[in-house]
Design a binder for this molecule. Sequence first.
Ligand code: AMP
Length: 288
Amino acid sequence: MPVTIVRDVPALRAALRPARTQGQGIALVPTMGALHEGHLTLIRHAAASCRQVVVSIFVNPRQFGAGEDFQRYPRQEAADVANAEGAGATLVFAPDPAAMYPGGYATTVSVARLTEGLCGAFRPGHFDGVATVVTKLLLQGLPDVAFFGEKDYQQLLVIRRLVADLDIPVRIEGVPTVREPDGLALSSRNVFLSPGQRRVATALPRTLAAIAARLAQDGRDVAAQEAWGLAELRAAGFDAIDYLELRDADTLAPIDVVVRPARVLAAVRLGTTRLIDNMPILPPEGVP
Ligand code: AMP
């Protein structure tokens, strides 16, 4: 069956009605398009768990700040639809901004606390835009399960929070980050990197992996590892380092020692391109 493309909410609901009445599972994979292996991995997970797999493609203007890359964000719908279908999508939801935010639109979903630090500190309003559009997508499609990448770890926790807080009846599944052979996390923004910037970029996952390995051995000196990592990133040639921080994996609270699952998260800039990455850290064996 070729994938169906729908562009507004009534068409989405109509397309999903037969599946819903037949009790088929419905999975949703929200994306901004420019699909790569990371997105396709989410779609494959979705197809493994549900008969109906909705992939949304929407470059959400509300999650871009003034001066960010909304205008130049890569758009390639025809290729995306073919790739999504190849990975198992049954329906593509590709609304216009006017279908998502018609005249008179006035509502924002805002998640407190989790959104305050890390990317939230450098991209004011970004997580309000994300929380709002994801809430809308979940209520529009009413999927049984929705898949999100750990690549955007703070975003994943924000979505888990809003789903719990607003009693949205959906299961949220996080999927580990898909990487290039040299470790760089796949991102739609990697196409903006020059060959020289692309070489520098590998220092990001390398530094995070080194910190994770060191703290898995000895979780006592988080501050020293953060300082080491910042120095590594500075020496590697990034144009700016927004942050490199160790946080609790569930609450994103700052930590001094690793005694519970933690996460090392960073955001850096190469020219006008901003890259983010994060990795898990398990407490050293023997820590209670
Ligand atoms: P985006 O199109 O960038 O908004 O991403 C759509 C979804 O794909 C989000 O849940 C991302 O976390 C996820 N994603 C993006 N890059 C990767 C990656 N390299 N590995 C796994 N998931 C990813």
